[in-house]
Write a protein that binds this ligand. Structure first.
Ligand code: ZN
Length: 70
């Protein structure tokens, strides 16, 4: 009867591809920051994806700033 924390299960966003995923999931390779698909990638490959993901996030912020709020 150990008190285990079950509140950890909430949708997370993958740092590499931006996908929403559940964590932790039993049998899934997903980590706290990466979905199951990206978790198995080579570290240097994942780093490139993260870099692109950051650029996309930056661009999205800039685009939303360009569009008038009405
Ligand atoms: Zn991913």
């Amino acid at each position: 009867m150990t008190t285990s924390i079950t509140s950890g299960q909430r949708p997370r966003t993958c740092r590499a591809c931006g996908k929403k995923f559940e964590y932790p999931v039993k049998g899934s390779a997903a980590t706290r920051h990466h979905c199951a698909e990206c978790a198995v990638l080579a570290a240097d490959t994942r780093l490139i994806l993260e870099r692109l993901q950051n650029r996309i996030a930056t661009l999205e912020r800039q685009v939303s700033r360009l569009s008038p709020p009405n």
